[in-house]
Write a protein that binds this ligand. Structure first.
Ligand code: FDA
Length: 406
């Protein structure tokens, strides 16, 4: 991305006193800076990265799934499911779409209300930088933060580029996912420094792994994708399932991974809209001489059909197979209980579950109840969305809420 005039990297003569300091030039931090700046507050955004919005840039396969038109409190996991309601109601997907439209960015709905840029995620970063310029805020990038203290007038942030002071401090430093991209867990440590409780964190929206024995047995399936319903207890998602060399992935698995815990079982139903048992019975009636692999291969990927028939040790032609065998074959595809051995962890997780306990924050402003002028927003807060644009919507909404009050 070209360097913008609102971005300063390691330059001298910087503005060091402002009304608001934002730590983190990601989705949430930039939105907070825009809102606070537009209210007339002087805003400095600090980030150790050398480019803003790096996760936006790589999101949605480079096209950024920037919101979901159906986003509502039900799409988020949190110890307090009511906490996100206020912020989500005051900055909605329609509000973000209006901003995108104002900047002439073309977008489309891919599926299930998920909105993507037609061209590139960089359009969203350019839009946010243009808004930051209009709001009069400034980004100081390449800035390592060494300490944060509360002062009488507000906060003092010590950095590799000197001290910064402001009456309000908004922490938007993200979670722990993708450490290679600069995720540090900084926000949690800062929350603890100020006495805010932090709930256990774990990787979310992440592929699940299988133990070596099971992995070896399903090795021939690596690369196969199929529509599926994946269930964990009473929660289920219908999206694509992908078999990989490490285990299970695809949107349906990423979704359920946020609900899954070590030791739990998930139940996989492949092609949940098809009654596979009925299909097999009809196939037996119409062409008893065909093999079960062929009959099943009409509705499932051929390699998967072959695998299931072998796994169920079914042999002979369709005409030879009793109902019991056909039902067993159908159940093998549509009622497969599997116990993942783990997840791929923060290395590939799209988000971090858990985090700063919402009980310590005001849901309207995101301000810490016990520390006046200190705000936490975005992924570091214990609010985590489903896959599909919900996490950015939380970043925009919580950023807007803090920017409105800081
Ligand atoms: P984010 O992580 O975006 O920003 C935090 C900022 O703080 C970073 O700029 C970082 O450099 C900075 N920082 C961290 N520690 C610091 C420190 N110690 N000092 C200074 N600065 C520090 N969501 C969605 O809705 N749609 C999508 O398409 C995708 N796609 C997607 C793909 C991939 C590969 C990933 C990993 C994630 C997604 N997501 C997503 C999730 C989405 O990216 C995520 O929810 C938001 O980026 C969270 O925004 P935040 O601003 O809270 O944190």
């Amino acid at each position: 991305m070209e360097k913008e005039d609102v971005i300063l990297i390691g330059e001298t003569g910087l503005q060091r006193k402002s009304d608001v300091i934002v730590i983190g030039a990601g989705a949430a931090g930039m939105m907070a800076a825009i809102r606070a700046g537009k209210r007339g507050r002087s805003v400095v955004v600090l980030d150790h990265a050398r480019a803003p919005g790096e996760k936006i840039r790589i999101s949605g396969g480079g096209r950024c799934n920037f919101t979901n038109i159906h986003a509502g409190p039900k799409n988020f996991l949190s110890a307090n499911p009511h906490f996100c309601k206020s912020a989500l109601a005051r900055f909605t997907p329609a509000d973000f779409i209006a901003m995108v439209d104002q900047h002439g960015i073309a977008w489309h709905e891919k599926t299930l209300g998920q909105l993507f840029c037609d061209d590139s995620a960089k359009d969203i970063i350019r839009m946010l930088l243009a808004e930051i310029r209009m709001a009069g805020a400034v980004l100081h990038l390449g800035t390592e933060i060494s300490g944060v203290e509360k002062t009488e007038a507000g906060f003092r942030v010590s950095t590799s580029e000197g001290h910064y002071e402001a009456s309000s401090l908004i922490v938007a430093a993200g979670g722990k996912s993708i450490p290679k991209m600069g995720a540090t867990g900084f926000a949690y440590r800062l929350a603890e420094q100020f006495g805010l409780p932090v709930l256990e964190t774990r990787p979310g929206l992440v592929p699940l792994t299988l133990d070596p024995g099971l992995l070896e047995s399903i090795a021939p399936l690596a690369g196969i994708a199929a529509p599926a319903e994946i269930r964990h207890s009473r929660t289920g998602f219908r999206e694509a399932l992908l078999f990989t060399h490490r285990g299970l992935s695809g949107p349906a698995i990423l979704q359920i991974s946020s609900y899954w815990r070590e030791g739990d079982e998930i139940v996989v139903a492949i092609e949940p809209d098809i009654d596979i048992a009925a299909h097999l019975k009809t196939a037996r009636q119409l062409n008893g001489r065909q093999s079960p692999q062929t009959a099943l291969g009409d509705i499932l990927p051929k390699r998967l059909a072959q695998f299931l028939v072998e796994r169920e040790k079914i042999s002979g032609n369709m005409a030879d197979l009793p109902d019991k065998a056909l039902l067993r074959l159908a159940a093998s595809a549509q009622n497969w209980a599997v116990k993942p051995s783990g997840s791929e962890g923060y290395r590939t997780a799209e988000v971090t579950l858990g985090g700063i306990d919402t009980a310590a924050l005001d849901s309207r402003s995101m301000e810490a109840k016990a520390v006046s002028g200190l705000y936490f927003i975005g992924e570091c807060v214990d609010v985590t969305g489903w896959l599909g644009g919900y996490n950015f919507q939380w970043a925009w909404a919580s950023g807007f809420a803090a920017g409105e009050c800081a």
